[in-house]
Design a protein around this ligand. Structure first.
Ligand code: GLN
Length: 207
C-alpha cells in the first residue's frame, strides 16, 4: 500500500521535505505519495506528517486559523508519526517560551527560540544521533534549543550538552533541518524505524 505523507506548507518551502520523505520511503521499500497541506481536510487522510521550519509565530497562527492544528493533534493521538523540524519543533513543544506561539503540545519539551549565539546563528555540524551508525550532517538555522524534556521523552542527539533531537511517542523533533542535506536518515528514523508508530502494512505479494 502506498503511504500518504503530508508536508505542512502553510508557510515556507516544503519541497526538500517532500523529497526526503520519498527517499527515506524508497530506502525502506515503501512507496510514498506526498501532499502539501495548506488547508484543513487533508491531514486526516495522511499516514505521516512533517511539520517544517519557518517562522514559528506565523506557522502556529496559520495552523489555528486554517483549522489544521486540531487535525495534527488528532493524528498524533491516533499514534501516527510526525517529524517536526526547527520552527516545527517550537510549534510542537509544550512550552515555546513565547506567548505569540500557540503550541500544539505534541512533545513534552520546553524550548528557547533563537537560542544559539549570533555567530552561531547558522552552522552545520556532524551530529551523533541515537539509532544512526554514522554522524548526521545537521544544519542549524536560527535554531531553537531544548531546555527541558518530560520523563517519557527520549533524547536522540545533543549539541553542547543540550538536546537537539528528541522522540516522544510517535513524534520526532529536531532543532536542525534534516531536509537540507541529501541524507534522509532522520526521516527514516521518524517514519520507518520508529517502534512507537502505526503505519499501514505493506501489501502481501498476492494482493
Ligand atoms: N527562528 C525561527 C523561529 O523561532 C525558527 C528558524 C527555522 O525554522 N529555521 O520560529
Amino acid at each position: 500500500m502506498t503511504l500518504k505523507a503530508g508536508v505542512v506548507g502553510v508557510q515556507g518551502d516544503v519541497s526538500e521535505h517532500a523529497e526526503a520523505v520519498r527517499r527515506a520511503g524508497e530506502a525502506h521499500g515503501r512507496e510514498t505519495e506526498v501532499v502539501e497541506i495548506r488547508d484543513s481536510g487533508l491531514a486526516p487522510e495522511c499516514d505521516l506528517l512533517v511539520l517544517p521550519g519557518g517562522e514559528s509565530t506565523t506557522i502556529s497562527r496559520l495552523l489555528r486559523d486554517e483549522g489544521i492544528a486540531a487535525e495534527i493533534v488528532a493524528h498524533v493521538e491516533a499514534g501516527k508519526p510526525v517529524l517536526a523540524t526547527c520552527a516545527g519543533l517550537i510549534v510542537a513543544a509544550t512550552d515555546a517560551g513565547d506567548d505569540r506561539v500557540r503550541t500544539l503540545d505534541l512533545v513534552d519539551a520546553t524550548v528557547e527560540r533563537n537560542a544559539f549565539g549570533r555567530q552561531k546563528d547558522s552552522f552545520e555540524a556532524p551530529l551523533a544521533v541515537e539509532g544512526l551508525d554514522e554522524p548526521f550532517p545537521a544544519v542549524f538555522i536560527r535554531a531553537p534549543l531544548i531546555d527541558a524534556v518530560g520523563e517519557g521523552v527520549e533524547v536522540l542527539a545533543e549539541w553542547d550538552g543540550r538536546p537537539v533531537a528528541i522522540r516522544d511517542g510517535p513524534v520526532v523533533a529536531t532543532s536542525f533541518h534534516p531536509e537540507l542535506t541529501p541524507d534522509s536518515r532522520i526521516h527514516g528514523l521518524a517514519f520507518f524505524e520508529n517502534d512507537g508508530v502505526t503505519l499501514p502494512e505493506r501489501p502481501t505479494p498476492d494482493q
